[in-house]
Design a protein around this ligand. Structure first.
Ligand code: ZN
Length: 241
């Protein structure tokens, strides 16, 4: 007789981009190991496929499609699941950067406990996804999914911005109608973006510069000089290791 399966707990999770409440379960020990191995490998394609696979396993609602969710939904869910699976508190090494009266840095090294679930999704409500480029023409933008965004983060800075813009185009429209990105190659879309005037390019750039971001917060007092540290961070995957 096989051993009984112990039910995993489920939690309600609100998808940040659409407000939908879904059921999720925490990572299992095996999934935890797979994630750790992938993140330690620093190979983007491994991290992407493992994170997508594990997140997919954890989502209990069948109609949710990981491929269709914006990248920040996955990041946010990853942080949520990690906190539920491994624990909300982690130990962080800090170095005090307070400038003392003699002009020297305190430099005291100390450990503090950080709550990884203490994060905020910062959204810019003044950003429209409908960007006018001329009297009857423009671009409808969308958020790239997790896989696309993680891969683009690896690109050198000079190429990155244009590629993120290209990956954020949903439709290009003019008097002749709506043209879906699905009907064009990446090169064609890139040519379109690079053929814009500086002014119009900047409008698209503003959209991607104002993507929602997740910000975590660590607060700690230096035990030596008492200086209060209030640190904001955006690199969440590092905490996994
Ligand atoms: Zn100090």
């Amino acid at each position: 007789m096989p051993l009984p399966k112990i039910d995993l707990p489920t939690y309600d999770f609100t998808i940040p981009s659409n407000g939908k409440v879904i059921k999720v379960r925490p990572f299992t020990v095996k999934e935890e190991k797979l994630l750790l191995l992938a993140i330690e490998s620093k190979i983007a394609s491994d991290i992407i496929s493992t994170v997508k696979q594990v997140i997919n396993n954890c989502i209990q609602d069948e109609e949710v499609d990981v491929e269709k969710l914006p990248f920040f939904d996955i990041d946010y869910l990853f942080i949520f699941l990690r906190a539920k699976s491994v624990g909300e508190t982690i130990t962080v090494n800090m170095i005090c950067n307070n400038v003392l009266e003699d002009g020297e840095l305190c430099n005291h090294a100390f450990e503090t406990q950080a709550d990884v679930s203490n994060v905020e999704l910062l959204k810019n409500d003044d950003v429209s996804n409908d960007i006018k480029l001329g009297p009857a023409s423009g671009v409808k933008m969308r958020y790239p999914n997790y896989g696309i965004m993680r891969k683009l983060e690896e690109l050198p800075d000079i190429d990155k911005k244009t590629h993120i813009i290209v990956s954020s185009i949903d439709f290009v429209y003019d008097k002749s109608g709506m043209h879906s990105y699905k009907d064009y190659t990446v090169d064609e879309l890139k040519e379109f973006v690079e053929g814009l005037t500086e002014v119009n390019y900047k409008k698209l750039e503003e959209y991607v510069d104002k993507f929602p971001t997740i910000v975590g917060k660590i607060e700690a007092d230096c035990p030596k000089c008492g200086f209060h540290h209030d640190v904001r961070y955006t690199e969440f995957y590092d905490f996994f290791i």
